[in-house]
Design a protein around this ligand. Structure first.
Ligand code: THU
Length: 174
């Protein structure tokens, strides 16, 4: 049978109530971090909060630029802050929230492709999964148990070395 199937398991919550306490705390920090965004061009403010194994929380927000491609997403701002301040820290989870200029923030948004690739490399380096908590300022919340689940058939350091990945599905399952 040439057709293969990938499975993605994630948690879904209708609202804040019912979220595990650590996830709710981190999501609140991500919501607060939307306030430190510099987004005069898109007016789309994104906040990210990262929970380290030692309990510390590091936040970041998108930083735009008049030269648009120079802008950085909230996720990569927060990840870079972690790795420059705590190079050996293990990342347990990242929460991401947002505030659009107009309109509602009542459903989750997912990290962009570049941020998925970046998150995956952090996960590979630390050899421990990074939980991804996604939610707006209100409404439903999604928790994805590992970054690799968001990027099946990914390009990884193994590929650079010319090693075949034993099973591409490992980036989706487990
Ligand atoms: N943005 C993020 O910060 N994170 C994402 O995952 C998606 C997009 C930012 C980039 C840009 O400053 C604005 O949102 C609009 O794309």
């Amino acid at each position: 049978m040439p057709v293969q199937h990938l499975q993605l398991q994630y948690e879904h919550f209708a609202e804040d109530a019912g979220l595990p306490a650590d996830a709710l705390m981190l999501l609140q920090k991500a919501r607060e971090a939307t306030g430190i965004a510099y987004a005069p061009y898109s007016n789309f403010r994104v906040g990210a909060a990262i929970l380290l194994e030692n309990g510390q929380v590091i936040t970041g927000a998108n930083q735009e630029n008049a030269s648009f491609p120079a802008g950085l997403c909230a996720e990569r701002v927060a990840l870079s802050a972690v790795t420059s301040q705590f190079p050996d820290a293990i990342i347990q989870a990242i929460a991401i929230s947002y505030q659009p200029a107009g309109g509602n923030s009542d459903h989750p948004i997912s990290p962009c492709g570049i941020c998925r690739q970046t998150l995956l490399e952090y996960e590979i380096r630390q050899q421990q999964p990074i939980r991804i908590i996604l939610g707006g300022m209100m409404g439903e919340i999604i928790i994805i148990p590992a970054a690799r689940l968001l990027l099946p058939f990914s390009f990884t350091p193994q590929d650079l070395k010319g090693f075949p990945q034993a099973d591409h599905r490992k980036h989706q399952n487990g």
